[in-house]
Design a protein around this ligand. Structure first.
Ligand SMILES: Nc1ncnc2c1ncn2[C@@H]1O[C@H](COP(=O)(O)OP(=O)(O)OP(=O)(O)O)[C@@H](O)[C@H]1O
Ligand SMILES: [Mg+2]
Length: 273
């Protein structure tokens, strides 16, 4: 299993999931980076606002990080599909597959807690040795409100909620995006479990608040004020902080193909477990 392993020197051209991930540039021209190994990330915004572009940045960093396993869930398949060769599991439009994959992760999460307990640690760190598992879901609402029966949708939401609530300390991190920032898709109780929240252009102040947190629109931090033509611009908030407006970095399809090929080569280079 994914327990202890000898620490090795990082492979040339690789990154670590414990390093901060570059997301873009803020209004003051400063680089914006997030520490994914420590917090879950929720992304919301209207269609075409820049969510999948943002997800590709995160997946690119994770794919190049040999200390990270990737689970990709993408109902459209094309948003994250170019990274399939770097992923341990790639779930397309099947809710049954999505549920099976998340259930397996839930089992692994509990095993990891057993392991942590047995060594007297409360959370997984870089030194524990087990790899971080990054679960990326594009689009949340597709599985929670569109495909499958309502029983399956509920089961899917329950699994996502459990992974977001309990996964972090066990090194299982969830990044989820939705083009439906409404309280039925992202109830407050789920939203608040995400330590990072990134709102791209939203059509209303209320939907911006669904992502950033209640009350921010009133304070002037609202993704509804972003120009619809300003794709890739959004507000990012980290737990306990105030929102920062940034323009996300952008990888072209050609760059994604090149990076994915490089990452797959690194991953096939014998560093697996
Ligand atoms: N940071 C950026 N810089 C430049 N262009 C961008 C940026 N972000 C997004 N775009 C442009 O906007 C388009 C739509 O972005 P993206 O596919 O990420 O939207 P989305 O929010 O995922 O939409 P949907 O909900 O329909 O999936 C991109 O194809 C690209 O042309
Ligand atoms: Mg998209």
């Amino acid at each position: 299993m994914h327990r202890f392993r000898n620490r090795r020197l990082p492979a040339a051209g690789s990154l670590s999931i414990w390093q901060k991930v570059f997301l873009g540039i803020d209004e003051n021209g400063r680089a914006v980076r997030v520490s994914l190994a420590e917090r879950n990330l929720l992304i919301g915004g209207e269609p075409g606002a820049g969510k999948s572009v943002a997800l590709n940045l995160l997946v690119a960093h994770a794919a190049l990080s040999l200390d990270c396993r990737l689970i990709l869930v993408d109902g459209k398949r094309v948003e994250l599909g170019l990274w399939a060769g770097c992923a341990e599991a790639f779930v397309g439009p099947s809710i049954t597959d999505a549920i099976t994959t998340l259930k397996a992760l839930q089992v692994e999460m509990d095993e990891r807690y057993d392991m942590l307990l047995s060594i007297g640690h409360r959370k997984l760190t870089r030194l524990t040795g087990a790899r971080v598992v990054l679960v990326v879901i594009d689009e949340l609402a597709y599985f929670s409100a569109t495909v499958g029966e309502s029983r399956q949708q509920k089961e899917f939401v329950g699994l996502v909620r459990d992974l977001v609530a309990r996964g972090r300390a066990a090194g299982i991190i969830v990044v989820a995006a939705t083009q439906r920032p409404s309280s039925d898709i992202v109830p407050t109780s789920l939203r608040d479990l995400f330590g990072y929240r990134w709102a791209f252009r939203c059509s209303t102040h209320a939907s911006s608040d669904v992502i950033l947190g209640h009350g921010w629109a009133n304070e002037g931090y609202t993704a509804a004020s972003i120009d619809p033509a300003a794709r890739g611009v959004g507000w990012l908030i980290a737990e306990g902080g105030i929102p920062r407006r940034l323009k996300s970095a952008f990888l072209t399809d050609v760059q994604v193909v090149d990076l994915a090929a490089h990452a797959a080569e690194l991953r096939n280079g014998g560093d697996g477990e």
